[in-house]
Design a protein. Sequence first.
Length: 93
Amino acid sequence: MKAPVERLSAELSERYVQYLETFLVDLWSEPDFIEFRAGYVLRRDRELRSLTVKVDAASGQTDAERELLVIAVFDEIEQQIDIAIAYNKVDAN
């Protein structure tokens, strides 16, 4: 699961390079769940924002299922970044 997380982190960082000063995703695993902890800072306001997504460990039994879980989590992270960017732009106006 670590390889897709690193790949998608790099892709997201590159796609949002003009907006993000810092971006990090960390994985935590417990017997029953996997936790994705994301943190990012926008260049415009330098405010640390964080997001934690927990998924049931049993929902990712195969490599393909785990890949889909990671993609879904990164979609949520990207939505939160988009919201923060949009909110920040509205505040600037």
